[in-house]
Design a protein around this ligand. Structure first.
Ligand code: V07
Length: 254
């Protein structure tokens, strides 16, 4: 299957087509640089987050058009609670804000919404918005849009260990039956394939406690572009790099 990508490319550039296997199934994105984007314009950080929502909207459209199966976006980390209360309050209203305007389009595009993260500590109004979107889109069969919200990878792994050890203590699980595949099913990302490609914006070359288990074999792609400036062409550049790299999983190419 070929995907025409003219719509995603700036007019000057050549039209491109990709084969299905050249498209990563699962793309994860650290949407960094909203604050810096705002500061450079003398705007409050919240204006950067708002602009970041526009970039997210564009990226969802591009990813869905490309035939990507899963798009995971890091919306709020467990470390983000340390930010000023005013900023946290603003961020916690964004899921509602986003879904009020975008849920009709997500339905039209057959997108299924999910959340990966801890429900603990999230305001009720935020959870209600997310839960409503999950429920309304649960039968959609297109791209999975997975929001990492109140997410921290180490806490996710510890939570999984706690669930598993509880089952073992209760005699409901045999330690011999714990392997990499079954362990994955206790993570927030249960049921999703591991990401093939991680994109991080804004020049930071770190994972910052994002999907540590799941990114074991992922290609990592970094750009200096601030998230609010991220466009379809950047997603294409990342996929192009992914396509060119040899994904051998530690084996040798035959
Ligand atoms: C947030 C906008 C995108 C840039 C990065 C930070 C700010 C969308 C959501 C969202 C979350 C869950 C959901 C639907 C939408 C969101 C937060 C921040 C906390 F079900 N954007 N966005 N959530 N930003």
């Amino acid at each position: 299957m070929l995907f025409a990508l003219r719509r995603l490319l700036p007019k000057k550039k050549l039209p491109k087509t990709f084969h299905r296997h050249e498209i990563p199934r699962h793309v994860a994105i650290i949407m960094d640089g909203n604050g810096r984007w705002a500061a450079e314009r003398g705007l409050p950080r919240t204006a950067g987050h708002y602009a970041g929502m526009g970039a997210l909207r564009r990226t969802i459209r591009a990813a869905s058009d490309l035939g990507i199966d899963v798009l995971t976006v890091f919306a709020f980390s467990t470390e983000n609670w340390k930010r000023p209360q005013e900023e946290v309050d603003f961020l916690m209203r964004l899921p509602q804000e986003f879904l009020e305007t975008d849920l009709p389009e997500l339905m039209e595009k057959n997108v299924q919404v999910r959340m990966s993260g801890s429900r603990e500590g999230l305001p009720v109004h935020t959870l209600q918005a997310v839960d409503t979107a999950i429920k309304k889109t649960k039968n959609n069969t297109g791209m999975i849009l997975n929001f990492a919200l109140n997410y921290g990878s180490r806490a996710e792994i510890v939570t999984a260990v706690r669930k598993i050890t509880t089952l073992v203590a209760e005699g409901k699980l045999d330690p011999h039956d714990i392997d990499e595949k079954s362990f994955s099913q206790y993570l927030y990302t249960a049921g999703l394939p591991d990401p093939d490609l991680l994109i991080r914006c804004s020049g930071e070359i770190r994972l910052s406690n994002f999907l540590l288990w799941q990114l074991a074999y992922a290609e990592l792609w970094f750009t200096d572009v601030y998230w609010p400036d991220f466009k379809g062409e950047h997603l294409l550049a990342a996929i192009e790099a992914f396509r060119k790299r040899d994904r051998r999983y530690g084996g040798i190419k035959l």
